[in-house]
Design a binder for this molecule. Structure first.
Ligand code: PLP
Length: 360
């Protein structure tokens, strides 16, 4: 067996220990004589799996008691609609546009009310995070929306925006559990799990409980009303059982790694290896303003499309896969989530240095 270093933005690498547990428990989960894929979501085994997953997530993140944790199908995209449907009481919301995902969420919200773009970094291909210390927050805004880590462009908010007292909603898909999240600063923190947590098929939505009500926009589908899901402890209908189980194993793995503060230190160390290399390289250049750099997604270019292509082809051949940049940016992007070992980043940098010597 030979595993590659997978720099995919998502679905992405999983911790090998977790995959091994999945394999060991595949045919007979804890003496049940069944795989978790096969068992009823109303069984005593699955009841324990989902309850333990929520408990471990709450402990890991330090979720305050007045927040609900929901395990929902439909990915982050589905929440682009659920957020305005559940929160737009005044039908006004302010969006900070720092990339494609923020823009898509904003465009979706515009279908339900007056969603305003109050800041944007599109003028420079989303290569920085705008100053968010004194934005024109709408007096009647139901919430202020950000995408805290921009997967495609490799930027991250250096600090949270000043929302002037309005509720903050954040998509943290590509930085979920990569560092501590101070939940009390958010009204809603959510993300798809397939970037940094588990396999595809689910979002985790952490929402302050006063926002989980029947007072939603007319026409909100039953499934998209957070209260439906909260009242049923994420078991309203058949949930993504196997994904919940796998995420539960990842939460335990993260606890064993020392928790989110320890993950942050490891992720900073990994990112520094790559950024330090880019900063001194004569061939490769990072595409993001330094103050806005992401710890998770690192885009870079050579400045020559042919050379970019050659690099992607040769690195793939050498076992560093999925380094091709997003189609809207070009070049390369290394996603170095929690499960990417430090050794993977070190070896990538060695490979890049060697490529530079031969092609510089
Ligand atoms: C990938 C991604 C999404 C879309 O996620 P889906 O689960 O495919 O809907 C949304 N936001 C961010 C920040 C992402 O990285």
């Amino acid at each position: 067996m030979s595993r590659v270093y997978n720099f995919s933005a998502g679905p992405a690498m999983m911790p090998e220990e977790v995959l091994k547990t999945c394999a060991e428990e595949m045919l007979d989960y804890h003496g049940s004589g069944q795989s978790v894929m096969e068992m009823s979501h109303r069984s005593k085994w699955f009841d324990e799996i989902i309850k333990t997953a929520e408990k471990d997530f709450r402990e890991l993140v330090g979720v305050p008691d007045n927040y609900k944790v929901l395990f929902l199908q439909g990915g982050a995209w589905t929440q682009f609609s659920a957020i305005p449907m559940n929160l737009m009481k005044n039908k006004v919301a302010d969006y900070i546009i720092t990339g494609q995902w923020a823009k898509k969420a904003w465009q979706e919200a515009k279908r339900y009310g007056d969603a305003r773009a109050i800041a944007s970094s599109e003028d420079k291909t989303f290569s920085y995070i705008p100053d968010c210390s004194d934005l024109p927050i709408s007096d009647d805004a139901d919430y202020v929306y950000i995408c805290q880590n921009n997967t495609i462009y490799g930027t991250k908010f250096p600090e949270l925006p000043n929302t002037k007292g309005k509720d903050l909603v954040a998509d943290v898909s590509s930085m979920f559990l990569s560092e501590p999240h101070d939940i009390s600063k958010y009204a809603v923190l959510y993300g798809g799990v397939q970037k940094n947590v588990g396999p595809a098929g689910m979002s985790i939505v952490v929402v302050r409980d006063d926002l989980v009500t029947d007072d939603v926009l007319e026409g909100t589908p039953t499934m998209l009303k957070w209260k439906t899901q909260a009242d049923a402890d994420s078991l309203f209908n058949t949930p993504p059982c196997y994904t919940i189980y796998t995420c539960g194993l990842v939460f335990k793995w993260l606890k064993e790694q020392g928790g989110l503060a320890a993950m942050k230190a490891k992720n900073e160390e990994k990112a520094a290896i790559l950024y330090n290399f880019l900063d001194q390289s004569q061939l490769f250049k990072g595409t993001v303003e330094k103050a806005s750099r992401s710890l998770m997604n690192v885009p870079f270019v050579t400045g020559n499309e042919e050379l970019d292509k050659k690099f992607v082809a040769e690195s793939t051949e050498a076992g560093f896969v999925n380094l091709k940049g997003h189609r809207s940016v070009g070049g390369m992007r290394a996603s170095i989530y929690n499960a990417m070992p430090k050794e993977g980043v070190e070896k990538l940098v060695e490979f890049m240095a060697d490529f530079e010597k031969k092609n510089g």
